[in-house]
Each structure stands twice: as C-alpha cells, then as structure tokens.
Design a protein around this ligand. Structure first.
Ligand code: NAP
Length: 482
C-alpha cells in the first residue's frame, strides 16, 4: 500500500485537517511498515463535527424513511463494489486475513441494506383509551445526535453496525474510530460522501480518545453514545454520560465459555472452536476464552484440535492462504504471552504452540503461535481475563450442573457455546447460560438481523436487527383530547 499525503477527517461534508497540526502513523502489524498517515485532532474537531451533526439533524430527521433509505441503499452498493479495496486496507492496518476482511466488508454492506429496509418499518401504535374523550397515540422518533466510538478489531463492520441503524432512524452521527485503524474508516467515509448523504449527517473525527470522548459525554448536543470496546472504557463513558442522563449502548468485553459434552460431534466442535477462537487471531469479543471439555472426550478432542492447528497457516493477512494473522500491536502480543507464561507458572501444560514467532516472515510482526494449554485452573489469568489472542485453555469437567456454574462464574456475559447432540440439553444450556448470545452447535453466531450484545459487564443494549434500530429511537406518547 502506498503512503500518500496526510489523510484528513470528514466534518460537515468537507475533508478537514486537525487545527493542532498533529498527525498519526498507521502501521501494518505483520511487517512494521507504515501504511498511512492521518490527521490527528482533538476536542476542537469533535465540537465542530457535533455542531454540524446538530444542524443536519433538523432536516435529516424530518425526511421520510424512504428518502433516507435511498442513501443507505446507495452506500450498500458502493461498499460491495469496493469490497476488495476495503478488505485490503483492513488487512494492511490491522493484519486480518484477506478472506475474513472481505467477509467483514460484506457484513458491513449488509447492515446498510438491512437498515435501508427496516427504516421503513418504524411503526407507532394506537392504544385504546380508558377515557371516552381521549385518544392515545405512540410514535417513535430519532434520539438526536449520536457520538459513536469503535474499536480496531472490526474496523469497518463496527462502524456500520452503529451508523447504519442510527442514520436509518433519522439520527445524525459523529464517529471516532480506533487510532490503529483509521484508514478503513476514512475510505468508508469517502463512500458515504459519494452516496450523497447531506452534509453534516455523518461526520468522522480521528483524534485523541480522551478529548473526543469527553466532548461526546459533556456536549449537550450529543444525545446518545454508541460504544464498542473494552469494559474499562465503557464504564468511564457510562459514568460520564450519566451527568446529562445521556443514552448509552455499550458493546464491551467478553470471556466466552465453549462447552463440549461427551455426546458432541467432536469434528464439528473442533471446527466450531477454530472459528470461535482463531478467527481474527482470537481478537474478537465473542472469542472462546475458556474451553470446557467433558473428561470422557478431553484427550480425543485435544488431539483433534492440535491436528487442526497444525494445518492452520499463520502469516501476513494479505497472503491468500493465511488463516491466522498477527496480533494488532506489541502491547496485545505482550498481554497474550503474559497469559501463557502465567498459566505455565501455575501448572498449565502447553500442548501446542506457546511462543512468539520471530523467524523469517515473522521477524518484524507481532505473531503468536496458535496455542493450546491443558491442566488449566481458575487461579490463572487466562481463566479470568479476556486474553484476546490465539490461545485455548482447556478445563475438563464431569457434570452438567457444575459446568453451567463454572461457565456463569464471571463478570462477563457476551457469548457462550455448547456442543452436544442431546436436544433436551441444548435447551437446558441455552436457557441456563447467562449470556446475550448462545451458539448451540454453532461457532459463529452472528447475523445482521439477530440481536448482538451482552449481559452483565459485557454491555447494555443490542446491535443488529430491529433491536439495533430501537437503540436510536425515542418513544413518544401523544394524548389527544377530542
Ligand atoms: P478500547 O481500548 O476500549 O478502545 C475502543 C475505542 O475506545 C477506541 O476507539 C479507543 O480509541 C476508544 N477509547 C479509548 N480510551 C477512551 C476514552 N478514555 N474515552 C473515549 N474513547 C476511548 O478497546 P480495544 O482494545 O480497542 O478493543 C478491544 C475490546 O473491545 C475488547 O475488550 C473486546 O472484547 C471489545 N469488543 C467488544 C465488542 C462487542 O460487540 N461487545 C466487539 C468488538 C470488541 P483509541 O483506539 O484511539 O485508543
């Protein structure tokens, strides 16, 4: 990828550089190369963008849903047409394998299509009145200006999942993308411009997280904060947003259990686990963090898993054959290696991988071997904290009730997985697990129309489907005296 001039941000329909003159380099985590330089602003740009979005809200919110949808349809087409280019940018700036990156881009396009359609179905209600001289009407209206903050692990789709329903509902948006991955957000906003959205409807601010975040929480023109990222930052934003009782939706961290019963189809379970643990190099909020395998099949399962991992090509995400890319940066790699080391020190047995890859094609990148650790116990960091890397800790179990208890014994509640061929157990587990998403014999439980979000400290609110649109709507009761 060619590094051209400094890339600006998009505010009020114009490409603008930060007043402070600061810039930020974007690096490919597979090679250490600089793949782009972006303008890096602060609260000044956030203020301007919020003012523009506030002004644009007056007319955008009054358009009919059909009129708004036209732009969303156009953007859907444009994203599909530029799918290879967007995927290449994602892969270059955060290392995701190209095949996965293309899937992500298509997922993003699908969100714009789905909400273009769903925008037209924001219905109200009439409710029978108890009083003969009154009539009750309920209407749904857009919340107002939305401040959206997204992480680097799905740099295009996380943006789409927020701005597609927000714009469909009639809200206007200011987006702050992650600083590791601003290039794909900038390209997406070039397509937003091309799709003909009126100026100020969608704004992009690349800038200092604390400064922009503070402007989002403190500026009264922002009525809603939509955030995906760590539980730590989610809590900070929620606390700050409380001062003005702003609405928040938070998609936060996870610590997913993956439970394999003795009656499971082990080959299907290995493939499901591979999908759930190694996609995006283990850097997904719904990634498996604890693998519980029934003691009767733990050896057979572990063997099959190791065989599968031996076939997985680790490498630069831009190579077609790569299945597992690098981690996003040095800090991410250090955390994963620390979890492996901590497990080793506390009696964990590394049965596959376990180290950083440093030779040849791996020399300049942040690569970790896909790793499997047996004899894991609950004292280990890996069994308690989100690892965010390609490491599987195995915890054997004997009893259904006990595994449910262990699986639920965490502050997180985003995704859980169960593999069993016993129908009754499928239902028991699906209902007993305290998680917002349960994959039953399914290692990739995400679809545009389905609700995505967590229980407990994994978040508040849902993205996806009609649930995602609801997050950007207010409910108004109109009482008519007649
Ligand atoms: P993060 O550090 O919380 O960053 C997420 C976003 O918040 C980035 O744009 C970041 O900006 C910004 N940010 C950081 N500090 C901020 C502050 N004080 N005020 C306002 N914004 C701030 O999370 P991450 O490490 O990038 O992402 C990984 C986490 O996201 C994991 O915990 C993962 O589970 C979670 N996640 C959850 C979901 C879900 O749907 N539940 C989906 C994907 C990821 P900078 O990049 O500029 O620092």
């Amino acid at each position: 990828m060619q590094v051209e001039q400094v890339k600006p941000m998009f505010i009020n329909g114009e490409w603008t550089e930060a007043e402070n003159g600061e810039t930020l380099q974007v690096m490919n985590p597979a090679t250490g190369e600089v793949v782009g330089v972006v303008s890096y602003g602060d609260e000044k740009e956030a203020k301007k963008a919020i003012a523009a979005a506030h002004e644009a809200f007056k007319s955008w919110s009054r358009l009919t849903a059909r009129e708004r949808s036209k732009h969303l349809y156009a953007l859907h087409e444009l994203i599909r047409d530029h799918r290879d280019e967007l995927a290449a940018i994602i892969s270059a700036e955060m290392g995701k394998p190209l095949r996965e990156a293309k899937g992500e881009v298509l997922g993003a396009a699908d969100n714009f299509l789905w909400y273009a359609e769903e925008a037209k179905r924001v219905y109200g209600e009439t409710i029978p009145s108890s009083l003969a001289n009154k009539r009750i009407m309920v209407i749904r209206q857009p919340v107002g200006v939305v401040g959206a903050i997204t992480p680097w692990n799905f740099p295009v789709n996380m943006v789409a999942r927020k701005i597609a329903p927000a714009l469909a509902a009639g809200c206007t948006v200011v987006l702050k993308p992650a600083e590791s991955t601003p290039l794909s957000a900038i390209r997406l906003f070039e397509l937003i411009e091309k799709a003909g959205f009126p100026k100020g409807v969608a704004n992009l601010v690349v800038g200092k997280p604390e400064a922009v975040g503070k402007e989002f929480t403190d500026n009264p023109k922002i009525r809603k904060i939509a955030f995906t990222g760590s539980t730590r930052v989610g809590k900070l934003l929620m606390e700050a947003a409380a001062k003005q009782v702003k609405r928040v939706s938070l998609e936060l961290g996870g610590h997913a259990p993956f439970i394999v019963f003795e009656d499971a189809d082990l080959d299907a379970a290995v493939e499901g686990l591979f999908e759930s643990k190694f996609r995006n190099s283990g850097q997904m909020c719904i990634c498996t963090n604890r693998l519980y395998v029934h003691e009767a099949v733990v050896d057979a399962f572990s063997e099959k898993l190791v065989e599968r991992l031996k076939k997985a090509k680790v490498g630069d995400g831009r190579n077609k054959e790569t299945e597992i890319g690098p981690l996003v940066n040095q800090q991410a790699l250090d955390k994963v290696l620390e979890h492996i080391e901590d497990a080793r020190e506390k009696g964990g047995r590394v049965i596959y991988g376990g180290s950083r890859l440093t030779e040849g094609e791996y020399a300049k990148g942040f690569f970790c071997e896909p790793t499997v650790i047996a004899d894991v116990n609950t004292e280990m960091k890996i069994a308690q904290e989100e690892t965010f890397g390609p490491v599987v800790p195995i915890l054997p179990f004997r009893d259904e009730a006990a595994v449910i208890e262990m699986a639920n014994d965490t502050v997180y509640g985003l995704a859980a997985y169960v593999y069993t061929q016993n129908n009754s157990r499928c239902f028991r587990l699906a209902e007993a697990l305290e998680y917002g998403i349960v994959g039953v014999n399914d290692g990739a439980p995400t679809q545009t129309q389905a609700p995505f979000g967590g229980f407990k400290e994994s978040g508040i609110g849902r993205e996806g489907g009609y649930y995602g649109l609801e997050e950007f709507l207010e409910t108004k009761f109109v009482s008519f005296g007649i």
